[in-house]
Design a protein around this ligand. Sequence first.
Ligand SMILES: Cc1ncc(C[n+]2csc(CCOP(=O)(O)OP(=O)(O)O)c2C)c(N)n1
Ligand SMILES: [Mg+2]
Length: 386
Amino acid sequence: MTNLLTIDMNMTNTDTNTAADMESIEIRKDQLQLTPAAVPDKGVLLGFLRQMLLIREFEVRTMQAYQNRLIGGFCHIYIGQEAIAVGTIAAVNPDDPIVLAYRDHGHALARGMDPKYCMAEMFGRIGGCAKGKGGSMHMFDADHYLYGGHGIVGAQTPLGAGLAFATKYEDEVINGGKSNHVTLCYMGDGALNQGCFYEAMNLASLQDLPVIFVLENNRYSMGTSIERGTSMAHDLRVKSEAHGIHHAIVDGKNVISTYQDFSSIADWCREESRPFFVEAQTYRYKGHSMSDPRKYRTREEEANEESKDCIDILENFLMEEHDVTQDSVKQMARQVKAQVLQAVEWAKNSPEAPIEELYTDVYTDVWGPYLGTSKPEMLRGEGSEQ
Ligand SMILES: Cc1ncc(C[n+]2csc(CCOP(=O)(O)OP(=O)(O)O)c2C)c(N)n1
Ligand SMILES: [Mg+2]
């Protein structure tokens, strides 16, 4: 039987290549050199800390509400990954679009969504950002250019390319200027294995779309480690290199360096109108979703990762470099806790959507009430028996 390697060699031999030529094949090196932005000042860093504390407290209360059955359905907790949402969103402009996977509460808060609307959305209440119709996985906030959390793994990647196409078209064609926006398209490591991601990269590269695919590599997709489920897990640059898209790795546990690196990458994408693929290395402390017993990894591994916590890293920096005291951090944590508890109260007191709401904000309004037959009301009377 001929193996693939032999076929390959035969094909090469029919070319003009010799063995000597093959030895001299050069691996293309990424030549792009970017200088990270400066470390932000104390005020900005305190803002980062407040946001990360807010997200963490919000997620703790979310877990509590879920356990008390105030939240139903799927619910994915962002604890451990806060530095990525905070550092990356701070590095772009407020009107740069962002689009998310389903682990989306942290990004929504970092983008400026009021925690009340985020919490009420999870409670399925009318006071939620999508009137409670979307739930945990579908935070959406058009005023803040947040184009949703998405539940189908990878589905947001073509949307990210599309958003970048839209801003580029608006900037260049409608407004007759230079493309001046950059879209952030977040994805988990599980999305690396979805075909649509490669289609999105292909189009983004072909059409010079200013989109950054932000890979939040937390090393697991549900219970599957990246090494088990993804080829070339040790060198993910190859995923984008095939499309002529630059790749960078950022320390997703360090909000300061994430911000610094990301700022210069985002500036480059905006200036050049080109895509980028950024791998932010991180870890999720909790299970995949609320019902995950985490049997696929050891408690030692978790403890080791939690000992390098993103909030601790920033707190230590602020204490060492800016004389921030433990007391002032505690005070900030108390303020944030009060804010989140208010959000929980708002969600609890917010009514459920009235029944008529079932028929609003949907693509069709022609279906009627359920009548207990197998054929939907909306399809009757159209002369079709199919
Ligand atoms: C197309 C598709 N396949 C499978 C699923 C089921 N599923 C939901 S989340 C998930 C894991 C994704 O992991 P990752 O992208 O690493 O994101 P993380 O949960 O780590 O944030 C899978 C397989 C899905 N939602 N969509
Ligand atoms: Mg993952």
